[in-house]
Design a protein around this ligand. Structure first.
Ligand SMILES: Cc1cc2nc3c(=O)[nH]c(=O)nc-3n(C[C@H](O)[C@H](O)[C@H](O)COP(=O)(O)OP(=O)(O)OC[C@H]3O[C@@H](n4cnc5c(N)ncnc54)[C@H](O)[C@@H]3O)c2cc1C
Length: 431
C-alpha cells in the first residue's frame, strides 16, 4: 500500500493530487484551512478576492484532467470567454480583436477551486483533510518518510512514501530541508513591488465585452481589469507595479482606474454600483526556488506550484503553470521511482523557464521596476514593443501575442518569419 501526502489543498495541491491519483493507492491532500463547502473565500488564499484568469493553456490542461470541467462551469453561470470579446490594452496599445481558438471560461477563483476540489475528492483513493497544519518533515536514512501535522492542537506524523509540498510561496520546505541536514535551494527574485486593489461592482448598463484588461506600460506603470463574474457582477481590480500602488479609499481607487481607462469603459465603471469595499493585496517580489540545481535532495519529497515559483500575478500564469507541472508530474511518476525528484524538478524548470523569462522581460520593460537590464533584455524588449504596436492593427500579430502570453505557444513563436514580417510591415507603414 503506497501513500502520497500533499501539503496544501489550493490549486497547486489539488492538481498535484490529480497527477498522483491512481499511481499511489492512497493520496491525502491536507490544508490548514477549514475548506468551505461552497465557492467561498478563505484565509489561506487571500489572492482569491482579486481578479484571476485561467489562461487558454490552463483551460486545455484542466479540461484534459477533468473532462467537461469548463462546460460545467459555464452551465453553472461563469461566462464563456474568448479573446474576440476582450478589450485588451497591452504595452499602451489597444489590440485588434483576435480569436485564439481555445474557448475559455471567466471563472471567479473560489468557484474554480471548489469545482476542482470536488472533482479531486471524487477520485478513487483521494482524501481531502481540512484543519491540518504541516509543521515539518520526518526522514530516515536520507529519505522523507512523512510529514509532521498538527490538528486540533495535537501533532502527529503522517507516514508517506511521497510528500509533496504545495503550501504556496510561503512554503517552508527549504527550512524543513535544512532541519534534516540538506541545503536550501538558491532563490531568484524580481522586485516588482506590485499591488492589487479590488472590489466587486454591479454595472448598471449593458456592456459589450466580458473583459477589459489594461496592462502597465513604460509610460504608466498602472492598469486595471474589469471582468464579468456572472450575471451583472463584475470584478474591478486596479493594479500598479514598481511601487506605484492603487489607493484603497473609494475615490482614490476610482481616480486611479480613470487614469488608465479608455473613456467609454470608465463611463461604465463610474456609474457602477459598488458591491464590496476595495481590498489591497501587495506582491513585492516574484520568487523562484531553483530546486532543480540541488545535488543533495532527499528521496520521497517534491515541491510544487507557487512553492516552486511564484510569478508576478499581472500575467495570470500561476494556475496554468501548476496544471502543466501536474502533467509533467504524472509523466515522471509513470516513468518510475528512480531520480523522481531530479526528473520532476528538471521538467518543472523547463515549464517555468520561458514563463519566468517572459515575465522578466515584461517587468523590466517598465522603468519603475528595479533590476539589471542586459543588452539582450533591452533588445528583446524593443522587439516586443514593436510586436505590441503591430498588434494594434494586425489581428494575426495580436493572436500570436495572446497565444504566447496564454502559454499556448512558446515565446520563440513571436520571432517566426511570418510574425516578424508582419511586425516589420507594421513598422514601415507607421514610418
Ligand atoms: C493577487 C494575485 C492574483 C493572481 N492572479 C492569478 C491569475 O489571474 N491567474 C493565475 O493562474 N494565477 C494567479 N495568481 C497565482 C495563483 O493564485 C497561484 O499560482 C495558485 O493559487 C497556485 O498556488 P498554490 O496552490 O501553489 O499556492 P496557494 O494558492 O498559495 O495555496 C497554498 C495552500 O497551502 C495552504 N497552506 C499553507 N501553509 C500550510 C501548512 N503549513 N499546512 C497546511 N496547509 C498550508 C494554504 O491554506 C493554501 O490552501 C495570482 C496570485 C496573486 C497573489
Amino acid at each position: 500500500m503506497s501513500t502520497a501526502v500533499v501539503l496544501g489543498a489550493s490549486m497547486g495541491g489539488l492538481l498535484a493530487a490529480r497527477a498522483l491519483a491512481g499511481l499511489h493507492d492512497e493520496v491525502v491532500v491536507l490544508d490548514r484551512d477549514a475548506l468551505p463547502p461552497g465557492p467561498d473565500h478563505r484565509r489561506g488564499v487571500p489572492q482569491g478576492r482579486h481578479f484571476h484568469t485561467l489562461l487558454p493553456r490552463g483551460v486545455q490542461a484542466l479540461d484534459a484532467m477533468f473532462p467537461g470541467l469548463s462546460e460545467r462551469l459555464v452551465e453553472e453561470g461563469s461566462p464563456r470567454a474568448d479573446f474576440a470579446g476582450a478589450h485588451l490594452v497591452l504595452g499602451g496599445h489597444e489590440f485588434a480583436r483576435a480569436d485564439v481558438g481555445v474557448p475559455a471560461v471567466q471563472v471567479p477563483r473560489p468557484v474554480l477551486e471548489r469545482a476542482v476540489r470536488e472533482r479531486v475528492a471524487d477520485l478513487p483513493g483521494v482524501e481531502v483533510r481540512t484543519g491540518c497544519e504541516a509543521v515539518g518533515l520526518v526522514s530516515e536514512r536520507g529519505r522523507v518518510t512523512g510529514a509532521r501535522v498538527v490538528r486540533d492542537g495535537v501533532e502527529r506524523v503522517l507516514a508517506a512514501d511521497l510528500v509533496v509540498d504545495a503550501t504556496g510561496r510561503g512554503g517552508r520546505a527549504a527550512t524543513w530541508l535544512g532541519a534534516l541536514g540538506h541545503p536550501a535551494p538558491v532563490e531568484e527574485r524580481i522586485e516588482v513591488d506590485a499591488a492589487y486593489v479590488s472590489r466587486l461592482v454591479r454595472l448598471t448598463e449593458p456592456f459589450p465585452d466580458h473583459l477589459v484588461l489594461v496592462g502597465p506600460a513604460p509610460a504608466r506603470p498602472t492598469g486595471f481589469a474589469l471582468a464579468k463574474h456572472g450575471g451583472d457582477r463584475w470584478m474591478l481590480t486596479a493594479v500598479g507595479v514598481g511601487g506605484v500602488h492603487p489607493p484603497v479609499d473609494e475615490r482614490g481607487h476610482l481616480e486611479f482606474v480613470r487614469r488608465a481607462a479608455p473613456p467609454s469603459v470608465f463611463r461604465a465603471i463610474e456609474s457602477a454600483s459598488p458591491l464590496t469595499e476595495p481590498l489591497l493585496h501587495r506582491f513585492p517580489t516574484s520568487l523562484r526556488r531553483r530546486y532543480e540545481r540541488l545535488r543533495d535532495f532527499p528521496l520521497g519529497l517534491l515541491v510544487f506550484g507557487d512553492a516552486l515559483c511564484s510569478f508576478n500575478p499581472i500575467y495570470g500564469q500561476g494556475m496554468t503553470v501548476a496544471a502543466l507541472e501536474a502533467e509533467a508530474l504524472r509523466r515522471c511518476l509513470r516513468a518510475g521511482e528512480g531520480d523522481l525528484a531530479g526528473r520532476f524538478f528538471r521538467a518543472a524548470a523547463r515549464i517555468v523557464d520561458p514563463v519566468w523569462l517572459l515575465n522578466a522581460l515584461g517587468d523590466l520593460a517598465l522603468p519603475q521596476v528595479a533590476g539589471h537590464r542586459s543588452p539582450s533584455t533591452r533588445l528583446l524588449n524593443r522587439y516586443v514593443a514593436r510586436v505590441q504596436r503591430a498588434a494594434a492593427h494586425d489581428p494575426r500579430v495580436a493572436r500570436m501575442f495572446i497565444r504566447v502570453t496564454g502559454l499556448l505557444d512558446p515565446p520563440t513563436a513571436l520571432f517566426r518569419p511570418d510574425v516578424a514580417a508582419r511586425v516589420a510591415v507594421g513598422r514601415s507603414r507607421r514610418a
